[in-house]
Design a protein around this ligand. Structure first.
Ligand SMILES: [Zn+2]
Length: 462
């Protein structure tokens, strides 16, 4: 159960004094009985003219490929469990809370048993109802999210989940596999001899010298968890950590190369529902291998697709013996240098560029949430036999994914990040003094590292 805010605060008082909050952890180890799985999908394409990536790039002019939300519902192990991947840049703060609530209502469960994660393409909505309220005060600013569109989408979401339950199939087996993805991910942060970030290799990179540098710290594997009804594979969740953009910013809606890889897999395997989850790719991008030209998009798609195929080739289904769901609530502290009053002045300043007004509205939304004492971010873990899927917030650095795997080295651990996007980037504490873009747009202080690492450990090990 998600605990009420007052109770959360009282339980967390010691944490608050220490400058961070680690709330309730809960595990449910219900003996599976008549397990069932249903799948759902609904269109999440924004209307023409809708803002993309928060409103500072070209809005929707054309839909190259529609955006989708795809999910699974597992019933028969306590209250229903819902996993959902959305082809959006992000779902932040109350948008994430409302999205989970809608799916929970559709499935007949509680929102803490719903994980919603974004694929993070940039020609897509970057939705935050709280920052929308801030920018709505200035008619000259583009919206963060069309509130009516979002409200209708929640209705669609609820109905899609509800009607999926009628098509549920017995869930009997599970399998896992991993595939090596070649020439996609590389670390974005290139450090100088002084230990500071000297250059960034983004999602695309035109500088041959930067592209020639080593990949740096990444997780090269795409991991797949597959669900079976008897000998039939009915759902497959794929996980890989990398910013998913080949190019963007021209108003052409697309789930980009990771979403396209998922679609290619779906087209060749129509009986199984394929989901793609972006791992802890906050400091990871395709820039080493991507010059940003349009022909690179299908090439990158095919490299991800090859990883999916390799992972699928390894799958050996085993009967499901046990299912558990773990959650842990955290509310990391805002970094002291963010001053909401100063930021509000900047947002109000018509001389500033849109990006320098809309983007800070997300900072204020986070500060307000922290000052209000929540709602907390919910980390969650789904554990079936020796296989775990962990659901993490925002733009977490790759180190958190590698730590999760190390924490439970006896298990197969897949990480999905880009859940609640409220904090924006989540660097490690070592990364803060290095500086760089990601640190410059990290709303939390470095205490987030210990908090998230402890939370990961709790949802993996109890
Ligand atoms: Zn990002």
């Amino acid at each position: 159960m998600t605990i009420p805010r007052r109770q959360f605060l009282s339980q967390s008082a010691a944490g608050l004094l220490a400058g961070c909050v680690l709330g309730q952890t809960s595990w449910s180890n219900d003996k599976p009985r008549d397990l069932q799985l249903s799948t759902f999908r609904f269109d999440a394409t924004p209307p023409m003219g809708h803002s993309l990536c928060g409103g500072w790039i070209t809005p929707v002019k054309e839909v190259e490929q529609p955006l989708q939300a795809i999910g699974i519902v597992i019933r028969g192990a306590g209250q229903p469990i819902v996993l959902c991947a959305v082809d959006w840049t992000g779902l932040l703060n109350s948008c994430h809370v409302e999205f989970r609530k809608a799916l929970a209502e559709g499935a007949g469960t509680t929102p803490d048993r719903v994980a919603v994660q974004c694929v993070h393409p940039h020609d897509a909505p970057f939705a935050c109802l709280d920052s929308q309220k801030i920018v709505a005060q200035y008619p000259e600013l583009p919206a963060i999210i069309d509130v009516d569109f979002f409200g209708k989408l929640l209705g669609t979401a609820k109905e899609a989940v509800r009607s999926s339950l009628d098509q549920a199939r017995p869930l009997t087996h599970i399998a896992s596999g991993k595939g090596l993805v070649k020439e996609v991910a590389a670390n974005r942060r290139l450090l100088g001899p002084d230990g500071k970030v000297r250059a960034m290799r983004g999602s695309s990179c035109a500088d041959p010298a930067l592209r020639a540098e080593p990949e740096g710290l990444i997780d090269p594997y795409l991991r797949t968890i597959a669900f079976y009804s008897g000998d039939e594979r009915i759902a497959a969740c794929h996980y890989y950590a990398c910013h998913p953009m080949s190019y963007y910013g021209q108003g052409k809606v697309s789930p980009d190369f990771c979403g396209l890889a998922r679609q290619k897999m779906q087209d060749s395997d129509p009986g199984c529902t394929h989901l793609y989850f972006n791992g802890c790719g906050g400091n990871i991008g395709a820039g080493k291998y991507n010059d940003g030209s349009p022909p690179m998009r299908p090439i990158l798609r095919d490299r991800i697709h090859a990883g999916m195929q390799e992972a699928i080739a390894q799958l050996v289904p085993e009967p499901i013996q046990n299912v558990s769901w773990a959650t842990c609530e955290i509310l990391p502290k805002t970094a002291a240098h963010w001053n909401a009053d100063e930021i509000r002045k900047q947002i109000a300043d018509p001389k500033q560029a849109v990006v320098a007004r809309n983007r800070p509205s997300y900072t204020v939304a986070w500060i307000d949430r922290c000052n209000a004492g929540g709602p907390p971010i919910i980390l969650s873990g789904l554990h079936i036999n020796g296989i775990s899927a962990v659901h993490l917030p925002a733009e977490s650095f790759i180190e958190y994914q590698l730590r999760a795997q190390k924490t439970a080295s006896d298990r197969f651990v897949a990480c999905a990040a880009y859940g609640d996007g409220g904090p924006w980037y989540i660097p490690t504490k070592e990364a803060y003094p290095q500086g760089g873009y990601e640190v410059s747009v990290a709303w939390c202080d470095e205490g987030v590292d210990d908090l998230l690492s402890q939370g990961i450990s709790r949802v993996l090990k109890g």
